[in-house]
Design a protein around this ligand. Structure first.
Ligand code: PBG
Length: 310
């Protein structure tokens, strides 16, 4: 009876698995994210195949280059770590949707998401052509979806134009439309080595106190041609997920259960304070119930396995 009247479903195809890809020789555990590893580009296709066999239909790639510089030049290199990972995954499992994170922070030595002014603040408009260039390099490698995460105004429009001009009208743009300046990204910065040398991201990421502004951010992205929208983090922002679902009912909506949400559940489970499987499934069904179509989660592989064994 409970199944007959259940309103919200959770299946592996609702999940998007993040993968951290490196140019290192060996897998490296991420200390603050037990169970998550940085994976050498040579091994990433095997991980993607394993996820696909479990029913996961999409991955999002975060490339961590061996060399970071002030311009983040590895971000658009045709043989960069992300571009190589895309090619390897698409060759091994073409049916798996490959989403790439489009941002400078993983590639710059200063850790900021954009080109910097002499005083160290990120410059919005000077960054836009670079984002277009990164997106095109990902599309040329075979990415299905590019996901700009830097919260620069105009990023969706410039990426759309760059993709179309380079002959990639079918590559979709998933915008991190509503990305809060959140303390829950701490472990990701450890995983991707993107800690800022100075400054913060509050000039471009949103104030956690604002929800109406989120609608405006999403409206701008839709007007610029976004194919899908995202809210990030997820659990502390379910009201925003719900509001965006109502505001743009016809667009796919993604929520990102971020590194800190993962770390929090893992830590409590490791201490025996929470039942990992039950609490993780409860958070994910809540995010779906709030209105998300898909969820980016570091639990994707585990959840797909749990659902299979149920
Ligand atoms: C930026 C980016 C970040 C995350 C995804 N893309 C970090 C940031 O804005 O500092 C965070 C994801 C997570 O915490 O799991 N490229």
């Amino acid at each position: 009876m409970r199944q007959l009247v259940r309103e919200t479903m959770l299946a592996p195809e609702h999940l998007i698995a993040p993968l951290f890809v490196t140019e290192s020789a060996a897998r490296e555990p991420v200390a603050s994210m037990p169970g998550v590893e940085r994976v050498p580009v040579e091994s990433v296709a095997a991980d993607a195949v394993a996820l696909f066999r479990l029913g996961v239909r999409a991955v999002v790639l975060f490339g961590i280059p061996a060399i970071k510089d002030a311009a983040g030049s590895q971000s658009f290199a045709s043989d960069g770590v992300t571009q190589r990972a895309v090619r390897a995954i698409k060759a091994a499992v073409p049916e798996l949707a490959v989403i790439t994170d489009v941002c400078l922070c993983e590639y710059t030595d200063h850790g900021h998401c954009g080109v910097l002014a002499p005083d160290g603040t990120p410059l919005n408009d000077a960054t836009l052509p670079v984002l277009g260039r990164i997106a095109v390099s990902h599309a040329r490698a075979g990415a299905d979806v590019v996901a700009p995460s830097g919260m620069m105004d105009g990023m969706v429009g410039s990426i759309r134009t760059a993709l179309d001009t380079d002959g990639h009208p079918d590559v979709a743009v998933l915008s991190y439309s509503v990305k809060y300046a959140s303390a829950f990204y701490g472990p990701f910065r450890d995983a991707a080595a993107t800690s800022l040398l100075s400054g913060d991201r509050r000039t471009h990421q949103m104030d956690p106190a604002n929800a109406r502004e989120a609608l405006r951010e999403a409206d701008l992205d839709v007007a610029e041609g976004a194919d899908m929208l995202m809210v990030k983090p997820a659990l502390a922002y379910l009201d925003v997920v719900h509001a965006l679902r109502a505001q743009h009912p016809s667009l796919p909506l993604v929520a990102y259960q971020v590194s800190g949400e993962y770390a929090m559940l893992k830590a409590a489970a490791a201490n025996g304070w929470l039942d990992e499987r039950a609490t993780v499934l409860e958070t994910l069904i809540s995010i779906r119930r709030a209105g998300a179509d898909a969820i980016i989660t570091y639990f994707a592989g585990d959840v797909a396995r749990w659902l299979r064994d149920e």
